[in-house]
Design a protein around this ligand. Structure first.
Ligand SMILES: [Zn+2]
Length: 418
């Protein structure tokens, strides 16, 4: 008798037990977790992954970048892998769902396939990627696996190099070993990631599931306005070259321009630095760190032109000199159409309501998309809260997401679904 793979569902109670076990590792009093990459709590969570895989009778291996991969050999001999997963590290004082849900659901899918003795064309693999959140190097594990991690970023991590090297050593890896994680071409047939939305679009639309169309590109700049320091009490307002005014004008005008010309897109000034920074001195230099995001290059280019124009106008209006530093440009990533289709059809078969949307946040899927077809499933975040102890997703939504992951994985891995 052929197995009706479309009838298969994950075990909600077993997955909840796993999720709760994991949520206790690095738990904070307010209901969140504190599990930055390579902290004691993160190392403990990493051990949990290995033990969880062992409990279901499959081995996990750790690569040179510290990624854990647990492979279920359910495919044909020499089959490529369909990888499922996310990350177990958190931002400092973050939430329980970000990353962890995707890893727990991946392991649950493997166990469901294993206990039902299903043979597929592809092997399934659950992954826990290292330092997604960038305690030292953002998306370190997934970018190392995809072979696209620039050496410069490993040489210049956030924080000190010494601290980074000590942290790596705690996980048994080194700056050099990171690059050995690069996967051989053809290792992966695809990658699927279940993640919380971290926004409100699903809730606003009343949707159960988000099929992610792409991941935004981000551009970071520093705008340096240069004016003249003067006595704050004796210099008339019309004779000042106040760099602070240029900075403030840019921030407000950029907001205005984005709301008018780029609806749905975001621009953020994360920091303004005034020098000399005294009460009684007109500001001589003001630096604005500004970032904006969009899911296509044409829009990013148009935004860049708009922001440059606003900065130029602000400098002219207040008699300032202006220099602009480009700090980072990440390209937007389109997630594979066939993966989106598989996710949509799994969602429909499960009777769930889905919308398609781009992700405004970065994810491991953007690195995997460079080497294999990648797809992402979002489940609703209550009040859009994330990177916070307030992060919450209803359990039934987590289960729905995991079932979409299961059904999409089965169909992509060649299960006969009828
Ligand atoms: Zn995440």
């Amino acid at each position: 008798m052929e197995f009706a793979a479309s009838e298969l569902r994950i075990d909600s109670r077993r997955m909840k037990k796993d999720f709760e076990e994991l949520s206790r590792i690095g738990a904070t009093d307010d209901g969140g977790i504190h599990r930055p990459a390579f902290s004691q709590a993160h190392l403990q969570a990493r051990d949990w992954f290995v033990q969880r895989a062992a409990r279901m009778g499959i081995e996990s291996r750790v690569d040179g970048a510290g990624n854990h991969q647990a492979v279920l050999p359910c495919g044909k001999t020499g089959a490529a892998r369909l990888m499922l997963g996310s990350h177990l590290d958190s931002v400092p004082f973050g939430g329980r769902f970000d990353g962890a849900l995707g890893v727990v659901a991946a392991l649950e899918v493997l166990e469901t396939v294993k206990e039902n003795g299903i043979s597929l064309d592809l092997d399934l693999c659950a992954v826990d990627f290292t330092d997604e959140e960038g305690a030292f190097v953002g998306l370190m594990g997934s970018r190392a696996l995809s072979g696209r991690l620039p050496r410069q970023e490993v040489d210049h991590p956030s924080g000190s190099s010494d601290e980074f090297h000590r942290a790596l050593a705690r996980a048994g890896i080194s700056p050099e070993s990171i690059f050995s994680a690069a996967a051989a071409t053809g290792t992966f047939a695809g990658y699927l990631e279940l993640h919380v939305e971290q926004g409100t679009r699903l809730k606003d639309a009343g949707a159960d599931i988000g099929v992610v169309t792409g991941i935004v590109g981000i551009r970071n700049f520093r705008f340096n306005f240069n004016g003249r320091a003067d006595h704050a009490g004796t210099t008339p307002m019309d004779r000042r070259r106040d760099a602070g005014l240029g900075a403030c004008s840019l921030v407000l005008q950029a907001r205005q321009r984005f709301m008018q010309n780029f609806p749905g897109c975001v621009v953020t000034a994360g920091n303004i630095d005034f020098r000399p920074g005294a009460f009684n001195v007109v500001t001589q230099t003001a630096s604005v760190n500004l970032e904006f995001r969009a899911d296509d290059i044409q829009t990013l280019d148009a935004m860049e032109t708009a922001v440059y124009e606003e900065a130029g106008k602000a400098a002219d209006d207040f008699g300032l000199d202006l220099t602009i530093e480009t700090l980072e440009r990440t390209v937007p990533v389109h997630l594979d159409d066939s993966m989106q289709k598989a996710l949509t059809s799994a969602t429909e078969k499960l009777g769930l309501f889905e919308i398609h949307l781009p992700s405004g946040a970065g994810h491991d899927a953007q690195a995997m998309a460079l080497i294999c077809p990648a797809g992402m499933i979002f489940v609703p975040s209550e009040n859009g809260a994330s990177h916070s102890c307030r992060e919450f997703t209803r359990w039934q939504d987590c289960v729905s997401g995991a079932n979409v992951l299961l059904q999409a994985a089965l169909s992509l891995a060649g299960a006969r679904i009828f």
